[in-house]
Design a protein around this ligand. Structure first.
Ligand code: SAM
Ligand code: SF4
Length: 416
């Protein structure tokens, strides 16, 4: 979501005559797009704000703009703490940014707001990120997102379809639809269209090659959606389905709204209906009260489910959340770290086995870019694949014979 919003902001500034540069010290304007989902991320933000203060002391004309989840509704406290910041604006709230731009004499009109959205393809990548629903209504006990991004607001189907059509005209081949919980999409719109309806609409855009979406919520994902993923060729066979914990008591305290049995059954059903599906999940270790037995259940779940990717995070108390108010952060940092390492080790072995099965096989990727001498792209199942070739492959589908596998990526040669 932050990446999508950074691209939109870059698009807006680009239309106002700015150019992206690589050196901070040469910048006239810096936009800091912040994440505070964990304390470590917030610390990074605070460190960068300190660095920018030093820079502004040397170059008083430097403009500093701050957005993202650091910025809550009450900006007064932040304004007092960081007087060197010129503008604080809430994530996704471009009205404040545009009003500020106007004051600076930027050639901004209201219509640029729409233009901003359509600028999602600023870089050369053939893949665009499209936010379809803002905010979250779930209030998982550990999570700061609903407090910082507010309640759920879906964008109308027609608006999203129009945006994607414009992007496709400009060369975009793949879109990733974004939401904290894409399964809630549309409940607040007239007629209550859902994600499956949106996928059907987007699927009929001729030159659009692939459609992805994230993140699903295990308590809300519908059979209709799973059947739609199975039936539409353009929809990638990949789901991000965060489980967060492998123990029912912990899931309950997290306020996730499902239990482990239901999650296991859900994965079983998805795999039966969409056999090619690849699955990613998120796990939090060291949640308040997590015993060794609770943690062992998270390990067993990972062993049994054989996810393609597991994102693991150590619990970080977030001021204002229910968990921060009600439960003591009573798992020592060293235990959290140890549990995190155990999950990463286990998952590396699981992913290594899964990816090894692709050795010698042919896969199709959409080529997204080039790193040094290697082209890279992803399969429908979201596997990152590298290959070397002198041709221009950007934005093209390539068939790759897999020669090398690791838990994190694949390598091979292009079949011409
Ligand atoms: N909406 C998605 C969901 O329902 O899982 C995830 C959104 S959240 C911004 C991204 C991930 O950050 C979560 O899946 C969770 O694993 C992690 N996370 C959120 N709050 C956290 C916290 N307080 N401590 C550690 N990890 C956290
Ligand atoms: Fe946070 Fe839960 Fe909403 Fe995901 S569903 S953003 S974890 S509150």
């Amino acid at each position: 979501m932050n990446k999508a919003e950074s691209r939109q902001i870059a698009g807006y500034l680009d239309s106002a005559g700015y150019q992206t540069i690589n050196s901070l010290s040469d910048a006239d304007l810096v936009v800091l797009n912040t994440c505070v989902v964990r304390q470590s991320a917030e610390n990074k933000v605070l460190g960068t704000l300190g660095l920018l203060k030093g820079l502004k002391n040397k170059q008083p004309n430097l403009q500093i703009l701050v957005t993202g989840c650091l910025v809550n509704s009450n900006t007064q406290e932040l304004e007092t703490r960081f007087p060197h910041v010129d503008l604080l604006f809430k994530p996704g709230d471009y009205y404040d940014l545009i009003a500020w731009g106007k004051k600076q004499g930027m050639p901004i009109e209201q219509r640029l707001l729409r233009y901003t959205r359509n600028h999602a393809c600023m870089d050369s990548s053939p893949c665009a990120l499209i936010s379809i629903i803002q905010g979250c209504d779930n209030f998982c006990s550990y999570c700061i997102v609903p407090y910082r991004r507010g309640r759920e607001v879906s964008r109308p189907v027609e608006e999203i379809v129009c945006e994607v059509e414009v992007l496709v005209e400009r060369g975009i081949k793949e879109v990733t639809l974004l939401g904290q919980n894409v399964d809630s999409y549309g409940h607040d719109l007239p007629g209550h269209p859902d994600l499956a309806d949106l996928l059907n609409e987007l699927s009929s855009i001729d030159d659009l090659v692939r459609i992805r979406f994230l993140t699903n919520h295990p308590k809300d994902i519908s059979m209709k959606l799973i059947d739609t993923v199975a039936s539409l060729n353009k929809v990638c066979k990949h789901l991000e389905l965060p489980v967060q914990a492998g123990d029912d008591d912990i899931l309950k305290t997290m306020r996730r709204g499902y239990n482990v049995k239901r999650y296991r059954e859900l994965v079983h059903t998805i795999r039966r209906k969409v056999p090619q599906i690849s699955l990613s999940t998120d796990i939090i270790v060291g949640f308040p009260g997590e015993t060794e037995e609770h943690f062992e259940r998270s390990l067993s779940l990972i062993k049994d489910m054989k996810f393609d990717v597991v994102h693991v995070a150590a619990y970080s108390p977030r001021p204002g959340t229910l968990a921060w108010r009600e439960y003591q952060d009573n798992i020592p940092a060293s235990v959290k770290k140890d549990r995190l390492n155990k999950i990463e080790e286990l998952q590396a072995a699981v992913a290594s086995d899964i990816n090894l099965q692709l050795q010698g096989k042919e896969v199709e990727i959409l080529v997204e870019g080039r790193k040094n001498v290697k082209w890279f792209g992803r399969t429908q199942s979201n596997k990152l694949v590298f290959f070397e070739d002198t041709g221009d492959w950007l934005g093209r589908l390539a068939r790759i014979q897999i020669e090398k596998t690791s838990p994190w990526s694949l390598g091979g040669k292009v079949k011409k």
